[in-house]
Design a binder for this molecule. Structure first.
Ligand code: ADP
Length: 427
């Protein structure tokens, strides 16, 4: 039999990428596109930009590989919200981006949701929905809410109103009972919520028009997606409870697979569902942004080579870009601590890297204290993950194996979801 391939697309904050993989996970093709910039009524026309980018990516898939593609999945930015017509799929409102806030809706959301629920933040999908509900006069009975990934997938399969439980978390979906909770279902706007499936579930065949235009096979299926940060986690292929991914970019974010769900609003810790497990996450304000304020990337690489990672550094810092920390210490008034600064830059950097490693260790300890499966193995991603010296320091401080993840792109994680969902018999 001819080997099948699986297509994943990531619609991230700065652009879109695709990865085409085989059953073993080897990448057969990949590519990326920037979002073209269109304006409409003084706002960026994201609808046009995303749609065009989706089809540009399909065009970028090598023609000779397209007939082998068994399934497609897409991830998008979390809490990027669209209100569309439930028949035509045409947007009824400007899409609201992941980081946009709707504080006007917060009092109403807080009055119906349990205290400290994920939806009680101005940028949550539910606040966006309620803000639209309260302000827009257009026909509410014809509307349906979709997340960015749901809408892009809809363009491919044509069945309106389907989401996944990762994207739906911030609108209030409860993945534990696998349903919207009663407090949400009793609201008038509950009628526009999409139905929800597990990420990587086959939805329908790729629509005929697209299939014939681009040369995809007749049985190519489109599967539910996830959010961009979960797709990036999936890319690292951490699959067992106790396996974790630390992302060392501008900030430090950790995600740990656990058999137990953990939530703590004080620390901004919450869990996404991944089939029969939980993906527990938290994000600290420390990370690479502080390093970049002090050193160039070239200096970072050169100085790191001179550090002896087996030697503990006595310098105890708390590197922050500005005042305030949430996790693993909840203290909005915490001040950055980067003193005393030794004359020797090698010692200074050693102190900073070691201090960030201590914060990482404290973060994993806190998750365990809050009830998660203990961490056993750390994969690492982001700009800081290429620093081998830091990896050795972290192994010593964490007392755990730390490995660079082989794949870190969210589109690769989306391709793994396509692979998981490639079962046309389930449609
Ligand atoms: P983001 O996408 O969050 O902006 P990246 O994943 O691109 O960040 O990582 C960028 C960060 O990586 C920068 O803040 C920089 O300080 C850090 N970085 C770059 N090179 C190194 C290095 N050799 N050692 C440690 N950190 C590094």
């Amino acid at each position: 039999a001819v080997e099948r391939l699986y297509l994943g697309m990531d619609f991230g904050t700065s652009g879109a990428r695709f990865a085409l993989i085989d059953k073993q996970g080897a990448i057969q093709a990949e590519g990326k596109r920037e979002y073209p910039l269109y304006m409409s009524n003084e706002h960026v026309d994201w609808v046009r930009s995303w749609k065009e980018t989706l089809f540009s990516l399909l065009e970028d898939v090598p023609v000779h590989l397209r007939p082998l593609i068994g399934s497609i999945s897409v991830d998008g930015t979390s809490a990027t919200t669209m209100i569309v017509d439930s028949v035509t799929g045409e947007p009824l409102w400007r899409p609201l981006l992941y980081n946009e806030g709707c504080p006007d809706a917060l009092p109403m959301v807080k009055s119906v949701a349990p205290p400290n629920h994920t939806v009680c933040s101005a940028s949550s999908t539910l606040c966006k929905l309620v803000s639209w509900w309260n302000s827009d006069a257009s026909n509410k009975s014809a509307a349906i809410l979709l997340h960015q990934a749901d809408w892009l997938l809809w363009l491919l399969h044509g069945k309106i109103g389907i989401s996944d439980y990762n994207n739906a978390l911030k609108v209030g979906y409860d993945p534990e009972i696998d349903s919207y909770p009663p407090w949400l279902l009793s609201q008038p706007y509950a009628q526009i919520l999409p139905s929800v499936k597990a990420p990587g579930t086959p939805i329908d065949y790729l629509s005929e028009g697209i299939r014939t235009q681009y040369g995809f096979p007749q049985d190519c299926v489109v599967c539910t997606g996830t959010t961009d940060s979960i797709a990036a986690f999936l890319a690292a292929r951490a699959t067992k409870p106790g396996e974790a991914v630390t992302s060392l970019g501008s900030t430090l974010a950790i995600k740990l697979l656990s058999t137990i769900r953990v939530e703590d609003a004080r620390f901004g810790v919450y869990s996404h569902r991944l089939d029969d497990k939980w993906l527990v996450g938290g994000a600290s304000n420390t990370g690479g942004a502080v390093l970049r304020q002090i050193f160039t990337d070239k200096q970072l690489a050169e100085l790191s080579e001179q550090i002896n990672p087996a030697q503990p550094s006595p310098l105890d810092y708390y590197p922050l870009q500005s005042v305030g920390e949430r996790f693993p210490v909840a203290d909005p008034k915490m001040a950055p601590r980067l003193h005393p600064r030794p004359d020797d830059n090698v010692q200074y950097l050693h102190g900073i890297l070691e201090s960030i490693a201590r914060i990482e260790a404290k973060a994993y300890n806190l998750l365990q204290e809050l009830g998660s499966t203990p961490v056993q193995q750390v994969f690492t991603a982001g700009g800081g993950s290429k620093n081998e010296t830091w990896i050795k320091i972290r192994e010593r401080v964490l007392g755990l194996p730390v490995r660079r993840a082989a794949q870190t792109e969210a589109c690769y994680g989306a391709a793994l979801l396509a692979l998981k969902g490639c079962s046309p018999d389930e449609i």
